[in-house]
Design a protein around this ligand. Structure first.
Ligand code: FEO
Length: 410
């Protein structure tokens, strides 16, 4: 363990995976690492574990350096199985450990690993924890890259443990970026674009949260520990998450037909999401809009959202007449997505989805987003039950931003 020391009483206890690793429908040609850390304080604490495949090996290695009954806390920053996967094996031996995670984290862990009888310490943004000689602070970082995620900061060591954030997929035994055999910057940026890029606004929130921290080392959960010029890597995230100048050349058409006004509100929230990215959008209620203007705008747009409320199991108003005209156009190289608010059923959204499939547009749905961005928290086609200002607006904004990122990053 002595070679794996990253600070006083703090050790890397992870796993190097130097296979070509299948990951989010890609193959990680350079492999990866699953970084886990032991803070061997008066209340020994583990931060994240390793991939579920290596749970047995992880526990066996750990047993050789510490009595697992002494483990006081296991911090789970992110529940995906490449980091929380070894938790059941670990807890099987670490009988006295309390799991430290967010409320959503507990929900997910209970669902995946049936750990509801274990002790939990549920974290809220900004909470601190004394682990006997070191102090941990926690910050919620939802959607970086899944809903439950948080990051951990050790005050005394000035080390940030951000799990997936600031990671790089490179299998390595050198551990620290200053010992890397080659410049890792391009791999670091590629990782950002693949995993974090679709969640741009949440990256901005995260950067604002860590701005006040004195960070000397970033100890992520994949790839190198960034102890040489940690600020450089924060600056890269800062720069990449600002609105991309490329977005100014992108346009969107949002076309809708609304019975009570709720689908119109969804349309406006989608427009807000695109505006957040710097993408201009034209919002047309088909009832009041000229068909030729709609067609011309469609031809000039990169994204076309089409929505309707549902009445008698179908679209309403003259939207279908407009769709029949739109699908005759050459809309190749454009992305299309369906949406709609509904009261008791939402068939209209599915019918619009079918029209988009028939057109020359590329249909963006949940499956497409998962495959091409890794974003697994967006449901498309977007079906909204009524419209609640407090909860629905953010959902629509995030959906539009996920689609908008696809054209910005083209
Ligand atoms: Fe590295 Fe989201 O898991």
């Amino acid at each position: 363990m002595i070679n794996n020391k990253i600070a006083e009483k703090t050790y890397w206890i992870g796993k190097v995976d130097d296979r070509k690793v299948p990951f989010h429908r890609l193959i990680l040609e350079k492999g990866t690492t699953y970084n886990s850390y032991l803070l061997d304080t008066e209340k020994p604490t583990i931060i994240d574990t390793v991939d579920i495949m290596y749970g047995g090996e992880f526990v066996k290695n750990l047993q050789s350096i510490i009595d697992l009954n002494k483990i006081h806390y296991v911090v789970i920053n992110h529940v995906e199985p490449d980091h929380a996967g070894a938790l059941p094996s670990l807890l099987n031996k670490a009988k006295n450990a309390t799991i430290v995670t967010t409320g959503k984290g507990r929900e997910f862990l209970n669902g995946m690993f049936k750990l509801k009888n274990r002790n939990y310490l549920i974290i809220k943004d900004g909470d601190s924890l004394d682990i006997g000689g070191k102090t941990l602070k926690f910050f919620e970082t939802p959607y970086l890259h899944t809903e439950e995620t948080m990051i951990t900061y050790c005050v005394e060591d000035k080390i940030l443990y951000p799990c997936d954030i600031f990671s790089t997929h490179i299998a390595n035994y050198e551990l620290f970026n200053d010992l890397a055999k080659e410049d890792i910057t391009e791999d670091f940026i590629t990782y950002y674009k693949l995993i974090m890029g679709p969640h741009r606004s949440y990256v901005r929130d995260m950067i604002n949260k860590i701005r006040a921290l004195d960070i000397e080392i970033i100890a992520p959960s994949h790839g190198f520990i960034l102890r040489d010029d940690a600020q450089k890597y924060i600056n890269i995230y800062d720069k990449l998450s600002r609105i991309n100048p490329n977005s100014k050349n992108k346009k969107a058409l949002i076309l809708f037909s609304s019975m009570t006004g709720n689908t119109g509100k969804v349309a406006n929230s989608l427009s807000q999401g695109l505006t957040n990215l710097g993408i201009k959008s034209d919002v047309f209620n088909v009832k009041n809009s000229d068909l030729n203007v709609i067609k011309q705008t469609a031809l000039e747009s990169d994204i076309i959202f089409i929505g309707s409320s549902t009445k008698y199991g179908d679209m309403i108003g003259n939207l279908e007449d407009v769709l029949k005209e739109l699908i005759k156009l050459d809309l190749s190289n454009k992305l299309g997505a369906a949406f709609g608010s509904f009261g008791w059923s939402g068939e209209a959204v599915e019918i619009i989805n079918d029209y988009i499939k028939q057109s020359s547009m590329t249909l963006v749905d949940t499956s497409y987003l998962v495959k091409y961005t890794g974003a697994n928290d967006i449901q498309l086609p977007l079906k909204i039950s009524y419209y609640d200002e407090e909860t629905t607006s953010d959902l629509c904004i995030n959906t539009a931003m996920a689609v908008g990122e696809l054209v910005i990053n083209k």
